[in-house]
Write a protein that binds this ligand. Structure first.
Ligand SMILES: N[C@@H](CCC(=O)N[C@@H](CS)C(=O)NCC(=O)O)C(=O)O
Length: 216
């Protein structure tokens, strides 16, 4: 099994997940700035053409970060970062959906259509006119999460889950590219500081992150 890796907040999320679980996999590096992910052989293996992916020994290629984490959790159940029973797993999946649908997808598209436009305009349909609105939608979602995080360590209460990793890697990245965390969001800021202090947060940064000036 190989982890198809690159710079970026999404590959970082899976690296952080693996660090939290003590999983070490051989990795194959891809240069997203050069577009390695957008052409064969990578795009044949993962037609989504985004990083990262997990290549299994039988040649199956799993794309999409959360699907990769689900696969790794099933083969490495402890410590559980999705859940160790049906209720825990459902809670984690509920929060992953809430985070992705209300915050991270808006923020990432806000970035792709504005600060990231030069890189993304030849790769996908970009809507620069929508960037400001998408960023505002992401902030609305964060404000909503701020209330829901009151009195909690993590999104699922006392339990760190993939939902926290998805949100943390997005906020850390976007904070450096034009979407800083609003200091008025006290609970999100306190949660962010807790996430940022985890050894896996630093250890998951790509070796190329500092050079690219990105928290990714
Ligand atoms: N929904 C995808 C998003 C992956 C994604 O956006 N990856 C970025 C890196 S963080 C990427 O490949 N960017 C380069 C590109 O889209 O060409 C997932 O969860 O895996």
């Amino acid at each position: 099994m190989k982890f198809l890796n690159s710079l970026g907040p999404n590959p970082r999320m899976v690296r952080m997940f693996m660090l939290e679980k003590g999983i070490a996999l051989p990795t194959v590096e891809h240069d997203i700035f050069a577009g390695d992910n957008r052409r064969p052989p990578y795009s044949d293996k993962n037609p989504g053409a985004q990083m990262p992916a997990l290549e299994l020994d039988d040649g199956t290629c799993i794309g999409e970060t959360v699907a990769i984490c689900e696969y790794l959790e099933e083969s490495n159940p402890k410590p559980a970062l999705i859940g160790s029973n049906a209720k825990e797993r459902a809670e984690a999946r509920m929060w992953i959906r809430r985070v992705e649908l209300n915050v991270t997808e808006f923020m990432y598209n806000g970035f792709r259509f504005a600060e990231g436009l030069e890189l993304f305009k030849s790769r996908m349909r970009c809507l620069p006119e929508a960037a400001a609105g998408l960023k505002a939608k992401g902030q609305d979602g964060l404000k909503w999460l701020d209330g829901l995080l009151a009195g909690k360590q993590f999104l699922c209460g006392d339990r760190l889950t993939v939902a926290d990793l998805v949100l943390y890697c997005c906020l850390d990245f976007c904070g450096g590219v034009g979407q800083p965390l609003d200091p008025a969001l006290e609970n999100v800021n306190a949660w962010f500081a807790r996430m940022n202090a985890r050894p896996s947060a630093t250890a998951s940064l790509h070796p190329g992150a500092a050079g690219a000036g990105m928290r990714a």
